[in-house]
Design a protein around this ligand. Sequence first.
Ligand code: FAD
Length: 315
Amino acid sequence: MVLPKFEYKKAKNVADAIALYKGRKGKAVYLAGGTDLIPLIKQRLSTPSAVIDLKGIDELRSVTSKDGWVEIGANVTLFELKNNPVVRNNFPALYESLEATACETLQMRGTIGGNILQETRCLEHNQSLEWRTARGFCLRSGGKECNVVKGSKICFANYCSDNAPALVTLGAEAKLTGPEGTRTIKLSTLFTGDALRPFAVNAGEILTHIRVPAKKTKGAYEKLRVRESMDYPLVGVAVSATGAGAKICVGGVGLKPRMYELKNAGIEAGIKEILDKASTDAKPVANAVLSPAYRKKMVGVLIKRAVKRTIGEGK
Ligand SMILES: Cc1cc2nc3c(=O)[nH]c(=O)nc-3n(C[C@H](O)[C@H](O)[C@H](O)COP(=O)(O)OP(=O)(O)OC[C@H]3O[C@@H](n4cnc5c(N)ncnc54)[C@H](O)[C@@H]3O)c2cc1C
């Protein structure tokens, strides 16, 4: 598949990127590693008239520790982040989710910002223009209804970042800068649960940093995928614990990551309630390569596995 024509601009810094965006009246998109965006453009699922490359922006490339936070630049690659000693020593859930993301060649190109802001996915949507034309366009491609859940006016595409659930369990925040200024929000509030507009990111805003409280945690990440060598999550469960409490986040199934909290209890106490709630919340549909019933069942299985490994039981 060949790329269509578009204007390419390389930004020197964040202010320059925003100015380039503003000059293109909403028709531009930002590019980081391009591992998500370029296939979408090739498939005509994204049709920008201009692409603004953020890769040359040095201020987005570092990991720093300051004032009780670890601040991660959005352009840090998944591979660099995985091999950062602060991540390895303090954030095991994140280390494992980075290790589980695609394969090392993709980790060397893909960035943490692009990973969080990757588009939602569906077997009926992530296809070539020819395939979708022959099949009949779904809601997401401008059709009248969802092709998976017939009659539905809701898109059920899955949000597939492996690393967002781990970051949510760590209490991460997202720093965004755009035409209207800079703001910092809880990462968990970045996800809208609407597959057609999955992120609470305003036009022209750049995710500049993700910051994580600089606290040592215990944790684990468990992932269901078909190919162990490289595959998107069909369910992903992150657990991070400090002291007696723990945060559990389920991703890969449904429209956004869902967080559950065990407060002031031993990590084993209260787990039943979370298992019940997470299984009820997970409502997979037939838009991925494994059956909805199996993926739903695996939510509970992976929560148990991740919790067991967090408390030092099991492999
Ligand atoms: C074969 C394959 C396997 C994959 N497997 C996995 C997997 O197992 N797990 C997983 O989590 N993901 C997977 N991915 C998805 C994705 O490619 C990677 O997660 C990668 O990290 C995306 O980062 P990128 O820098 O390449 O993003 P890009 O493709 O450059 O950008 C992705 C999106 O984010 C936007 N964007 C990027 N950076 C910014 C920013 N700083 N501010 C605002 N917007 C921004 C872009 O406009 C675009 O919409 C896979 C992709 C492929 C092609």
